[in-house]
Design a protein. Structure first.
Length: 531
């Protein structure tokens, strides 16, 4: 039976109203999920037991891998999911039955929210790994410099471990047969809470020199209390290993090994970042060409800033470091063109109306809608103006918490409602970022062909007069349809039948447009801007 395709203008109007059939990567198309637990993806040095052993000790890095039962696909996108926990263990290392050692309500790869998210995403057709990373720092250190030193080193180790996990799967993909059935070009790094610090910082820390050159010198310190000598970075590659965790790190004072290389020579690149809360080490590290980002956060979060602010140690009045959160980071990524895969999609995304309403209800000054950001506004705590009832409403646990005045959420039903929104907001955006053809076709009603397959280009773009569209000579354009941002069809160029076409602006008003260019193989999408 021939597939019925609808014009984009029709879909833009009806998509919020349609109930679309089950589609892989948009819906849960599998009933059951298998979980392989305790997989070792690397070994590296932990400082968690330094006070006990007087040195860093090798730690096996573990993950749990979720796969959909009965799936026959072998090129599946992969999500690496990093849990919360303040870079400290949830269980007291000296007494594992004692929970809440990190001052949080969770902090393990088996946390309720982590299991729920990983299971849902696997049922949608993803391979998902819930990943541990090295923990350990002193949040109660006597000075802000020592606390800052501790947190950047903890985050640095976490970034090294996340990149090690990416390389582990690349190594597995190279096996014959592919061990996990993943597509190494479609990897997602997803962080929850403290894991969100990793997924926000990881794509931007792409050059070691960004550490000593960080804003306000926040990652250098006076090591000898001598104003005549220059400060040194809080992280040195020779001591801590490189930013990928691929070189040996040695403490020169005692010969202690602080970094062991894993899976050296493989790429640590990935395609998409997602964060639930957290913040970035430095917004100045955001550059053009970095991976797209999808973010969820509470605008009044009093621990991890939504815009810019100081990270606080939970349960204390101690401050750690000035960071920037999802609101600022999303603005920068969009301004630098890193979000174009979502901006260029040419559809009205699911939850767009709800997202705009959430921004409108956000605090003043935090209402500029960004395509990859969803704010979860929370009411204030009773008798605590400005402090939200929850900074992570997607989390729940059976653990009551260590502080009776600030108990953990034990209502899984309410948390799952937030997870419903997270998944529905994430899924269609990820389809376009990762180039998942099945769900793109469902969302647009078109047989989508990636622009790279037909050599599609547009220049100059933006332009004030004209834009030249080109394709490979072997893939001539057949028809061009131009839509405005409201989904209205404003121009049709039929019977193009050539690989070069000059689109004159003429009476077209300044603004953003979406061109659907039909080829024999299918339809390619390109965003165009007239100044």
């Amino acid at each position: 039976m021939m597939k019925k395709l609808y014009p984009l203008s029709f879909l833009l109007i009806l998509l919020p109203l349609l109930t679309i059939g089950q589609t892989r990567y948009l819906d849960e198309v599998f009933t059951d999920v298998s979980v392989e637990t305790g997989i070792t993806y690397g070994v590296n040095a932990t400082v968690l037991y330094y006070s006990l052993f007087g040195q860093a000790v090798p730690e096996a890095l573990k993950m749990d891998i979720y796969t959909p039962d009965g799936d026959t696909e072998v090129d599946r996108p992969l999500i690496l999911y990093f849990h919360t926990g303040n870079f400290l263990p949830f269980r007291n290392p000296a007494n594992p039955s004692e929970l809440g050692f990190n001052g949080s309500c969770g902090g393990e790869r088996s946390d309720s929210a982590a299991v729920e998210m990983c299971t849902r995403l696997a049922k949608m057709g993803y391979v998902v790994a819930s990943v541990d990373y090295r923990l350990g720092w002193n949040p109660l250190a006597a000075t802000d410099v020592l606390r800052r030193y501790g947190i950047i080193n903890a985050a640095y180790r976490g970034v090294q471990d996340a990149r090690t996990a990416v390389r582990y799967f690349r190594k597995a993909d190279g096996l014959d047969p592919n061990q996990y059935g993943i597509d190494p070009d479609k990897i997602v790094v997803w962080g929850q809470g403290t894991g969100g610090y990793l997924s926000l910082t990881m794509p931007t820390l792409d050059n070691y020199l960004k550490i000593p050159l960080a804003s306000n010198g926040k990652f250098v310190y006076d090591h000898d209390n001598n104003p005549g000598t220059p400060p040194i970075p809080m992280i040195l590659e020779g001591i801590n290993g490189d930013i990928y965790g691929e070189t040996v790190g040695i403490n020169p004072t005692d010969g202690d090994t602080l970094c062991y290389p894993n899976h050296v020579g493989l790429s640590s690149e990935y395609a998409l970042g997602v964060n639930l809360g957290g913040a970035s080490a430095d917004s100045a590290w955001v550059d053009p060409g970095q991976v797209p980002l999808i973010s969820f956060a509470v605008p009044t979060d009093n621990f991890a800033p939504y815009a810019e602010g100081i990270v606080n140690v939970p349960g204390t009045n101690l401050q750690v470091i000035v960071t920037q959160g999802s609101y600022i980071i999303q603005q920068l990524h969009e301004a630098f063109g890193n979000q174009d895969a979502m901006l260029n999609a040419g559809i009205t995304f699911d939850l767009t109306a709800e997202q705009e309403a959430a921004f409108a209800a956000s605090p003043p000054g935090l209402q500029d809608v960004k395509v990859g950001l969803y704010p979860f506004n929370q009411p204030d705590k009773a008798n605590a103006p400005g402090i939200p009832v929850s900074v992570a409403p997607w989390e729940w646990t059976s653990f009551a918490g260590v502080n009776p005045a600030d108990p953990c959420n034990m209502d899984g039903g309410s948390a799952r409602m937030y997870i419903d929104t997270i998944v529905r907001f994430y899924a269609p955006r990820a389809c376009f970022v990762l180039g998942l053809d099945d769900c793109i076709s469902t969302l647009t009603g078109l047989d989508i062909v990636p622009g790279g397959e037909v050599g599609l280009n547009a220049y100059p773009n933006p332009s004030s007069d004209y834009i030249v569209l080109t394709s490979d000579a072997s893939h001539p354009m057949q028809e061009i349809n131009l839509y405005d941002e409201m989904g209205r069809l404003i121009k049709v160029i039929p019977s193009v039948n050539q690989s070069t076409y000059t689109l004159e602006r003429g009476q077209i008003q300044p603004g953003r447009y979406v061109a659907l260019i039909r080829f024999d193989q299918g339809t390619a999408v390109r965003k165009l801007i007239f100044n």
